[in-house]
Design a protein around this ligand. Sequence first.
Ligand code: PMP
Length: 494
Amino acid sequence: MVAAGPPESGWPAAREQGPSAGRKSRRNDPVRRCGTASWSKPLSVLLALPGRIGRPSLDKAVSRGEGDNKVENDPTEALRRRAAQVMPGGVSSNIRLVEGPEAILVRRAEGARVWDEAGREYLDYVAGYGAMLFGYAPPALNATLASTLAEGTQFSSTHRREIELAEMLVAAMPSLERVRFHSTGTEAVQTAFRLARGFTGRPTIVKFRQHYHGWLIPGDAALPAGEATTDDFAENGPPIVTLPWNDGEAAQRFLRRNADWIAGVITEPLMANLGGHDPAKGYLQALRALTEALGIVFVLDEVITGFRLGLGGAQGYYGIRPDLTTFGKALGGGMPIGAVGGRADIMDLIADGRVNHSGTFNGNSLSMAAGRWTLETLRRAGACFYESLFERSRALMDGLARAAEAAGIAVALRGPGPVFWLVFEADEAARAALPAGAPPPAEPPLYRRFRLGMQAEGIRLTPGGRWYVMDAHSNADIALTLDRAAAVLRSLSS
Ligand code: PMP
């Protein structure tokens, strides 16, 4: 399950550890922690003592009960009003609108915790929407960023940190022969589309229903949609066609009939953006073989899964070799990053401008240093890092399933662990019963009640049902989460 690490050669020695490296606690350092059997009380011990968990890990934990978490002179409302005056919706990204008027305004973050503008502390599973694999503000990463900052951030030239990160990526996954950097996953996906079109000379990209590949995809609000309603589509068909996922026969039929038009197929390895469904056994492999046979570029979108499921990515985890891969999020340890990589014969179309690829901030030194630190830390921690992350994630998923069962609420827990979904079956049934074409609510209503209940208990979740586990989540944090989830689930069922 855990991908093998890359060979020693090609990996620069960790030399940007900074002055605080020696003072790091074991808890904050995955490399040192992995040398020990365990770095907090075993989960089995904590879970066996639910009544004695107490509340110690939330220093200024909010107290139980609606409206009980009020703080005097709370600036949150005033800040929300100011934000709404000058930023549409009061946010910088529309996903944040889904949190609604109860959205937390985070002031600072450290480890597995965030603190809001009123000083309330939350144990956090938002994890920068997957960007924070280790946790917030790891001291060793901060030291690396500080020393990089001192040397300047924006050279607009090829530079050493960028070359080293590219070498590390190429060493990490056999499918990567060349890489180029961006500042976001959205850009990396758009570059992959251009490369697929340039390489094949064909116009159309096939994506899958309810997969997300950034916010510039036709079919999203305010861009023309392209849904394949039959097995064929008209000449000069839409630039993006959407097929059902996990349906090997539908893909076979459509791709075989329309191969002459199809430049690329892009898929998330699992449904990390909606519902958490795993790929059916053999499905990704079949898609890979089919696209290869038809001369279609196969793009794996690892913006979420890259370095969350293993150093070898989801492609190592599921055992497939895409033509192109897109990365973002966790690669940058919280710094803005995107990357696209893959076969040299495809990637080299951008070497001489046959396909354009540009960007002022591409390869900026802070993002590159953060990427180097991320991959170097994962390599040094070895398999233990992912074994431990998966173990804690599975314990959290199993515990949530048990807590829901005890409360008499039907739920599904889906996903590999470090990213997973908690789905209320009542919400899924309500969604399925919607009349055709009716938009689903921004957030499933029962999950919303659960999430706000958890927030009142000092646990911050993403809207909708997706959870990200960070290395900073200790066994005690997971036990605490389960204790509070049990109470919230009971309150939902009463
Ligand atoms: N692809 C996937 C699978 C994603 O989940 C996301 C973001 N959630 C993107 C692409 C776009 O990345 P970004 O938000 O960095 O542009």
